[in-house]
Ligand binder design. Sequence first.
Ligand code: C2E
Ligand code: CA
Ligand code: CA
Ligand code: CA
Length: 280
Amino acid sequence: AKAAGKDRYELFDPRLRREQAERIRMVERLRAALDADEFTVHYQPIVALRSGVSIGFEALVRWTPPEQAPVGPDQFIPAAEDSGLIVGLGEWVLRRACAEAAPWHRRYGTTIAVNVSPRQLAEPSFAAVVRQALADSGLPPNALTIEITEGVLVRSGAQTELTLAHLSELRADGVRVAIDDFGTGYSSLAYLRDLPIDILKIDKSFMPDDPTDAQQAALVRAVVDLARSLGLTTVAEGVETAHHAELLRTLGCDRGQGWLFGRPGPAPAAAIRLAAETTV
Ligand code: C2E
Ligand code: CA
Ligand code: CA
Ligand code: CA
C-alpha cells in the first residue's frame, strides 16, 4: 500500500512526469530506429599486453539517426533496458557482430566480445539465440565472449537461475563469459565465486590518473592478483597512456583495451587494422 501511494504521488510530480514523458518518447524513437535500421556496430581492439597484437574486438552499438549526430549507447541503453527493447536490439547486435567478426576469425584467429544486458540473459530463449547467431555466422563458440555485469544477479530468484543456466550452457559449448566493469558495483565479491566466468574486465576508473601515485597502482595490482588467483584472464579497460600499459604489463595483466591501442570504429577499420598488423 505504501509503494502504491508513492507511485500515485509521483504521477503528480512535474519533474518526474516530464522525465517519464521523455522516456516514453525515447522508447518510441528507438522502436522506429530499429525498424529503420539506424543502428551500427563499432569495434574496439583488445590487445595482448605482452605482444601488442590485437587478439579480438569488443562490439559497441551506435545509433546514427539520419542527418543527426550519432547517439552513444549511454544515452539509449537504459531506456532500451527498461522497456524491454534491449532484447531485440541486443539480438541484432549479437547477430551483426558474429557475422562481421567471422571472417576476421577465419583469417586472423581473433575473438569478438558482445555486451549482453541482464534483461537478455533472463529471456528463456537466450542460449538458443546465441547458438543460432553462431550457426548462421559460422563463428565457432570459442571465438565469442559475452560480457555481463554483476547486475545480472540482482534479479528475482527464478530469473537468476535462468541466467546462470544460460551461462553454464553456453560455456559448455565453449563460449567465454567476461564480467564487465569490475569494481564499479556495490555487491559483495562473492559473485566472482558464484558466476561462471572466464574473464575479468577491470573498470577504467582503476586506471591511475597520476603515474607517481603508489596507492592507485597498488589498487590495480590488488585487482589483477585477485583475478589471477581465481584463474581468470584479466583485461584492463580505459588504457589511455603508455604509463597505463607499462604498469599493467609489470603487474601481469593479460590484455588491454583503450584509446592508446585504438578507438572503436566501423567494421572496415577493424579489418584494415588486422591486415596492417600481420604485414608488419
Ligand atoms: P562498456 O561495455 O564498459 O564499453 C566500454 C566503453 O568505454 C565504450 O563506451 C568505449 O568507447 C569506452 N572506451 C574505450 N576505451 C576508452 C578509453 O581509453 N577511455 C575512456 N574514457 N573510455 C573508453 P561506449 O561505446 O560509449 O559504450 C558505453 C556502454 O554502453 C558500454 O560500456 C556498455 O555498457 C553499453 N553498450 C554498448 N554497446 C552495447 C550493446 O550492444 N548492448 C548492451 N547491452 N550494452 C551496450
Ligand atoms: Ca563491455
Ligand atoms: Ca566495461
Ligand atoms: Ca560501462
